[in-house]
Design a binder for this molecule. Sequence first.
Ligand SMILES: [Zn+2]
Length: 688
Amino acid sequence: MSRARTADIQNPLLADWKTAFGLPPFGTIKSEQFRPAFDRALAAHRAEIDAVAADAAAPTFGNTIEALERGGRELDRVSNVFFVLAGADTSDAIEAVEREISPLLARHNNAFYLNRTLYARIADLFARRDSLGLNAEQARVLERYHTRFVRAGAALDKAAQDRLAALNERLASLGTQFGQNVLADEKGYALILEEADLTGLPDFARAAARAAAEERGHEGKYAITLARSSCETFLQFSSRRDLREKIFQAWIKRGENGGATDNRALIAEMVSLRAERAKLLGFETFADYRLDDQMAKTPANARKLLDEVWTRARAKARAERDALQTVVAEEGGNFALAPWDWRYYAEKLRKARYDLDEAEIKPYFQLDKMVEAAFETARRLFGLTFMPVNVSLYHPDARAYEVKDASGRHVALFVGDYFARPSKHSGAWMTSLRDQEKLAGEVTPIVLNVCNFTKPAAGEPALLSFDDARTLFHEFGHALHGMLSNVTYPLIAGTAVPSDFVELPSQLYEHWLEVPEILEKYARHAKTGAPMPKPLLGRLLATRTYGQGFATVEYTACALVDLDLHGLAKADGLDVADFEKRDLERIDMPAEIVMRHRLPHFQHLFSGGGYAAGYYSYMWSEVLDADAFEAFEETGNAFDPATAKRLRDYIYGAGNLRDPAEAYTAFRGRLPAVDALLKKRGLIDTAA
Ligand SMILES: [Zn+2]
């Protein structure tokens, strides 16, 4: 025993962190310390849960719900550190722990949510909820506990529970493997080029490709990788049709290359297990189960929105295709536009139509300036200030800022980790090392934004595309949702809201990037410091709805295929490739456009499964964000203080205090209509 105790004491994950802001002491943490730390934290949480369940006293809100809310702190700490690293700076050792730990965490969750004694206490409280003298937040937390336990299967018989537990563990392992396979395919590929192969590429793209090659040990050469910012830029600018095809094929084949990293069999199994799980819980399909506790409530409601958008988007995309095909013909090209041609000719046409090319815009979008712009927006809306602080993080590229409110009170620590690297999973996300709550005193959050922007060569400024800048604002909107959280109970803090509501704070925030006073101030040329010339800015904003047919089709196809796949009542023996192909035929997908995420690398659905039967959420939230921004526009002030206050009170600061429809209505005075979204994407004739 004494040896184990010594190990505990020496394990920095289990020590009290006497660091600035209570950050984990990253410099002293070793990957082999995670497993013992998880073991101890899991055991500690188990003991806490057992004590609540075994309490001889009759259930009260305090001895049951609050006691559960106080538990599991050590596990939260260890998990938060671990999953930040597993996403943003992983290694073979971390990946091995992740494979080991994911079924253990699933088992732990099962034991919690399938604990019948515990559920009996919660059900008893829920039945007496009106006579418990609870405040509104407590009532919401109790309702959430009850719903979560029921949805997890707490009320089912033992045999059904055993099967559910097995399904959950298996699904957790498969999800981990899925994400690791995608990362392996991405790490394992780079298109190594010579200078002569770079025709069409602007300077920033050449510099990034040179840096990527260097990082992979190919000095003096150029590498195009499967990171979205690397290969999309190449597809946009390279005049080498053969190379465009090559990188595009590699990109869309991630997770579908045969061998150990092929994800097709994993998907088939996951979809089948999810369908079985939904049945056990009394639902026809997984999609029905999943949406029952979302703002959309039913797949039919989600589909109604998607269908309305789809028909219009496809028509617009076909018109875009015809215009691009004309450019091909004008250049004397004798081929039908292929998926790897779309971005290249779209960029050409954009340049011709709006006298605007990405290479001309890009020097005006410096990463550092865009970070400042996101901060300035938060200052003007919510009175927040951001001061860089020098603290030790897990990677030298990550930077930290202390966040204070107008009165100088510490609100949060914000970490921005912006550059792509081989140890980072693809995509962009917000995560946290600590969440806001008041149950254990005033606990302030530590929130991270992790992105995959191209790292510049040494001495060069980091430049973003306009899309990258939008991603930065998007993730920062999520970050604010976490940082402004102002609730008592951890269960409902920050972003712990339904996934078709969670994209509202992020997508809404994107609107402020396009507010002229923000762009005028922060879109500054990297070399000269000059603001973006007014005509260029005007032309940039005029292109807002350019290419929206393509973008909407690329996205909506994914959302429809997701709902169809998870709408299968039975999925045994599913042929994933065949399903994807047939479903795209069914919805009449334009041949020149490929899903934004094909199933074999669709991490939203299969890497953890947070968005399984939930990819429609982005569109659902967009109905909300387009309508919500109109609330500011109607006042004639993009920073209108009264509207900003309601936004903070009911959305950014409110966590899951209220049902989403209720929260939105409190902010806006009514529920949203779809028109603002269609207008924003240029999918209806606004002149009509
Ligand atoms: Zn998001």
